[in-house]
Design a protein around this ligand. Structure first.
Ligand code: ACO
Length: 378
């Protein structure tokens, strides 16, 4: 086989075949199992969308009721996991805490038969159920508080906000948060999903697959960008500073966080949805001056970046929505992980159905035939 051209970052190289989601980066189109993201955000909810992604079809009413019950039933975490979280440093990164918890969870639910549909279903329901509890538990315990037990009578989104803030959320807040989860649930073969696929291809357990993916999502070029956006808006501070900030960044060839995407060459459709959600929240709960900075930044950045196909991505407005929901900045990426668990599990299941171990090749650029030099001669 001829060695192909090396493409840094595997840009443009198909890494898998998949029928889970589709992006048209020129049109700004995103579909999950053929359904447009705008339609899912309007009519579906996160758990139904997760079912669609993982099992391939929208559930019947009976299937959906059973799935919701199976997820709700698994929301609690074992006291040993809770005790482990208690030992984490308060200053620890929430993504590291989440990654450690998911790795530890694998010890409680050992790998059984990967071809057994009930093993896949149970692991899926368990991971979707426990991710929010783990994030909320770490957040409360790092502040020295007792964790809040999940409530089965609340929706997936409402329960997370309830556990985090120790009070039932406003229905609009819960709805907006649910839409955020839906639109972060899946996004083809991005870095963390690719990482999940590689790990899945070794036929290890799903907890290890998710542990790999969570680690990959944590970087600032991927899931960590929404946290960076909020830091950037704080640094800009006032409308007058937007243009000087932009000019400085462009001159120094630095990236504007929340802008640009390997696939989208127009504005990310998820950014449009998040922008609308932010406005809904502001109408109800009061305006956020950071939003004015973001709008001004988007308008001004277009003058410099639009011709390169660089527009706001999903991370540009998500932080503003989370901020209005009272979510601390360092939980933005863990929330992304909660949502993306659906996509990772869908790809894990798809990989298992037609597995081949990932083993790419490299283009070697090193030396040959070098003689070993004893330590005293170096
Ligand atoms: N701000 C300014 N310029 C940018 C930006 C940006 N955010 N993104 C890309 N560019 C410019 C680059 O400087 C480069 O310019 P040049 O050709 O003149 O040298 C050109 O656009 C191509 O940039 P690359 O970094 O090669 O493009 P890539 O496809 O690797 O970029 C990426 C994708 C990594 C997301 C990039 O746009 C970026 O770093 N954005 C900021 C971080 C961010 O928001 N990440 C979240 C992505 S969405 C997600 O993962 C959920």
């Amino acid at each position: 086989m001829a060695v192909g051209e090396y493409k840094p970052g595997l840009e443009g190289i198909p890494a898998t075949q998949s029928n889970i989601s589709f992006i048209d980066g020129q049109q700004g189109l995103l579909e999950y199992r053929g359904i447009r993201i705008e339609e899912l955000c309007r009519y579906s909810n996160f758990l139904e969308t997760a079912y669609l992604l993982i099992f391939g079809e929208l559930p019947t009413a009976k299937q959906f009721a059973a799935f919701v019950e199976d997820v709700n039933y698994r929301r609690r975490i074992k006291y040993r996991i809770r005790d482990m979280i208690k030992c984490f440093p308060e200053s620890g990164q929430p993504m590291d805490a989440l990654q450690s918890c998911i790795a530890a969870l694998g010890m409680f639910y050992p790998l059984a038969d990967l071809h057994d549909a009930s093993f896949i279903y149970d692991a899926t329901a368990r991971l979707i159920a426990k991710m929010p509890t783990l994030v909320a538990t770490f957040h409360l315990m790092r502040q020295g508080n007792d964790p809040v037990a999940p409530r089965d009578d609340l929706s997936y989104a409402a329960n997370f906000l309830y556990m985090l803030n120790e009070k039932e959320p406003d229905p609009l807040a819960a709805h907006v948060f649910d839409v955020c989860l839906t639109l972060h649930a899946e996004h083809t073969v991005n870095a963390s999903t690719f990482c999940a696929l590689v790990t899945a291809s070794t036929l290890t357990d799903p907890y290890t697959v998710l542990t790999s993916a969570i680690g990959t999502l944590s970087g600032p070029l991927h899931g960590g960008a929404n946290e960076e956006v909020m830091r950037m808006l704080a640094e800009i501070g006032t409308i007058e500073n937007v243009v000087p900030y932009l000019e400085r960044k462009i001159k120094n060839k630095e990236k504007i966080m929340g802008f640009g995407h390997r696939i989208y060459k127009v504005k990310d459709p998820r950014a449009n949805i998040l922008q609308e959600l932010a406005i809904k929240l502001f109408d109800r709960f009061g305006h956020d001056p950071y939003f004015d900075l973001a709008i001004e930044l988007e308008n001004q950045a277009a003058k410099y970046l639009a011709e390169k196909g660089i527009f706001p991505n999903v991370d540009f407005y998500s932080g503003l929505v989370y901020r209005k929901l009272g979510i601390p900045t360092d939980l933005f990426t863990p929330i992304f992980a909660i949502a993306r668990t659906a996509g990772w599990l869908a790809h894990w299941k798809e990989q298992l159905a037609d597995n081949r171990l990932f083993r790419p090749i490299q283009v070697y650029t090193g030396r040959h035939g070098v003689r070993y030099k004893p330590i005293g001669e170096r």
